[in-house]
Each structure stands twice: as C-alpha cells, then as structure tokens.
Design a protein around this ligand. Structure first.
Ligand SMILES: [Zn+2]
Length: 376
C-alpha cells in the first residue's frame, strides 16, 4: 500500500508547493485517512469478487452451514481451504404442494362406489345403503314399483337408457332388480334354491352379504321393444353396443362369459354394476373382470406409479398409461390405490389427493385399502 502512495502523482505535487508544517500534518492525516479508505474499499471489492482467499474467510450464513452427515463425521482430515463450501440446498419455493391430504376413517375401507363385493368380500353396510326409489321415467322402465338404487347409479342408468333408446330407435331398458337388503337377498336365494336346486342357487344367486345388489350400485336389466315386446338383453340386436358403451355411463357387465373361475358367478348378461365413468373406461380398455381390476390397481400406489386414463373413450390397453406421483399429467384421470394397514391400530388414514385436480373421489376397495380417482 505504501508503494501506491509514493507513486501517487497528486500527493507529490502537493509536497513541492511547500505548505506550512501544520498544513503538512493535516495533509499527512488526510493521506492516512485516504489510505485507510482505499484499504477498506479494496478489501470489500476483493470479497465481493469471490477471490478464493476472501471467500474462505467469509463467515458462513445459516444457509451455507454444513451439517455433517454420519459419514463425514468419521473423516478426521480437515477440509483444505481451497475446497469450496458445500452448496446449500435450495429453499422450498412458494408454489403450492402438489397434494393435499384427506383424513378418512379406516372403517370406511369396505364401502364406496368401487367396493369389491363377491363370494369372499362381504359388503358389511348392506342394510345401511343410501338409496332412492326408482320410478319409470323417460326411456327407463321398471318391472316393479319397489325398486331403489343409489343416486349416482340411478342418474347414470337413466342416461344409459336414453342412449340405448336412441341407438335402438325406440327400445327401452327395463330395470328388473336393484338394491337388496340382506333379508331380501336371503329370500331370493331360498326361492331360487327351492325352484332350481341348491347348485343352481349357488351358481346364480349370491349368499346374503355377498351380493353386489347390497351396494345399490347393481342393476339387472332387460329390454322392451318399441312394440311392447320384452326382449332379454343377450338376444337384443344392440346388446353388443350396450356391452361396450355401458362404460360411457359408468357401468360394466359384471359377470362376463368364460370368467366364472374368477368371478365365481356364471355368465349374467343382465347384471350391470355402476363404478363410474373413469374406472369403467379403464376396465373396458383392459378387458378384465372387476376382481382382476381391483388386483391390477394394487400396482398403482403413491409409492410406485399412478394409473393414467387419458380419455374416457379408452377402449384398449394401449389407451391407458401411467404417471409419476410427483409429476402428474396435464389432463385425463389418475387412479391409484392406498393400502390400509389393518394392524396399524389407527382409526384414520391420510389419503393424498392432487391439490389442483378438477374433482376427485375416494372409495374403499373392500379389499384392504382405498382407491383415489381424480380428474386432472
Ligand atoms: Zn344382479
């Protein structure tokens, strides 16, 4: 720094003009002040430029504090001064979390729109199902006046009946059986066994507690021609259309042919189950039974991947995809399974739901967890 001062032309010029001693002292003091300022400024500029010698001496801010891991603790060798300080992890951004959590009672895992009900999955809420009376309206006929369905199933069935009538030029769907209580199902079983024998009853009538009709989401259908003639569905010329397009309204043909080894129910071309458009589209695309679908969904969880249904018109397996839990697609639907640990001893479980989805619903699978269906 002294070298700088002695070579400063402005200072030398002042000395040659012969100022008084007091003035010289003042001048020297001023020079010292300027020198100090230059030192301070130089030091500051040096640090700001990030010169290694400076940055190594900087006091770390809290963000840059290095928290040793257990592995680093075992290393006794001090870090060389030239080693850059560890880069601080970026602070969380202000964007909202992609998921919110919905607390659901574990006891509800047996109920809901997607509950699997079959010979080994009882429906425990059979006698407390929320249903509404079905009255013949529009293109939907009823065989009896004491039928009832869960409201979502009834709304969907009414829409399906309109589409069927349009497709067939005026034929109408006929609802022959809908919600059943446990007592009613016992009566159906007993009557069938008395008429056709025990084996036939076991093949076609579910034991009380194991019938899908307990859910209020199952509909037995026939049809009536525009001429007033009753036509069973497998004999109706538009049955093929109905089997495919019932999914557009949220229904699946629950007991298809040649799947008795899986469903444990013989082919029933009249029994349709409402599960909602999103999951019905997936079942249609996959071409599998509902038993297989519930098992298939076990492969889609927040820990693995999510099932992506890009469009409700999905009709073949290639129409479906998968999605990362942390990187949701922009459109379509995601469906995933959240298992419940029956031994966890907790009464509720937190279900992750996309924070910015258009709509969603959570249903018990009645097979060890919940199924989330979300529209993106
Ligand atoms: Zn049925």
């Amino acid at each position: 720094m002294k070298k700088h001062l002695s070579s400063a032309p402005s200072i030398r010029v002042r000395r040659r003009r012969g100022h008084a001693p007091s003035e010289r002292k003042t001048a020297i003091a001023a020079i010292l002040v300027i020198c100090a300022v230059i030192i301070a400024v130089s030091a500051a500029l040096c640090c700001k430029a990030g010169f290694p010698a400076c940055s190594a001496q900087r006091t770390p801010t809290p963000q840059n504090t290095f928290v040793p891991t257990s592995a680093s603790l075992t290393t006794a060798t001090p870090l060389p001064t030239s080693t850059p300080l560890p880069t601080a992890a970026p602070l969380p951004t202000a964007t909202p979390a992609p998921y919110t959590f919905v607390s659901v009672s574990v006891s509800d895992a047996a109920e809901g729109q997607l509950a699997l009900v079959n010979f080994e999955h009882d429906f425990p809420a059979a006698d407390s199902t929320d249903v509404v009376p079905v009255t013949a309206a529009g293109s939907l006929l009823t065989e009896r006046n004491d039928l009832s369905l869960a409201q979502p199933a009834l709304s969907a069935l009414s829409a399906l009946a309109e589409a069927f009538s349009e497709q067939t030029g005026g034929d109408r769907l006929l609802l022959t059986s809908a919600y059943r209580t446990l007592e009613y199902q016992q009566g159906v079983y007993d009557d069938y066994a008395a008429a056709y024998g025990q084996a036939a009853a076991d093949a076609y009538v579910a034991a009380p507690g194991t019938s899908e009709h307990h859910t209020g989401l199952a509909a037995d259908l026939s049809s009536m021609s525009k001429d007033g003639e009753r036509v069973t569905l497998p004999n109706h010329p538009q049955f093929e259309w109905l089997k495919v397009h019932c999914a557009d309204y949220g229904f699946i043909l629950r007991y298809p042919p040649e799947k008795e080894n899986i469903t444990h129910v013989a082919y029933e071309p009249w029994h349709f189950r409402y599960i909602g458009k999103e999951n019905a589209a997936a079942v249609r695309a996959l071409g599998i039974t509902y038993e297989e679908y519930i098992e298939y969904l076990r492969g889609f969880t927040p820990e693995t991947k999510l099932l992506h249904v890009p469009s409700l018109s999905a009709a073949k397996p290639e129409d479906l995809g998968s999605a990362e839990f942390s990187a949701l697609p922009d459109s379509g639907y995601v469906i995933y399974f959240v298992p419940t640990d029956e031994n966890a001893g907790t009464e509720s479980v937190n279900i992750p739901v996309p924070a910015q989805c258009g709509s969603y619903f959570i249903s018990g699978s009645n097979d060890g967890g919940f199924i989330v269906t979300a529209e993106l």
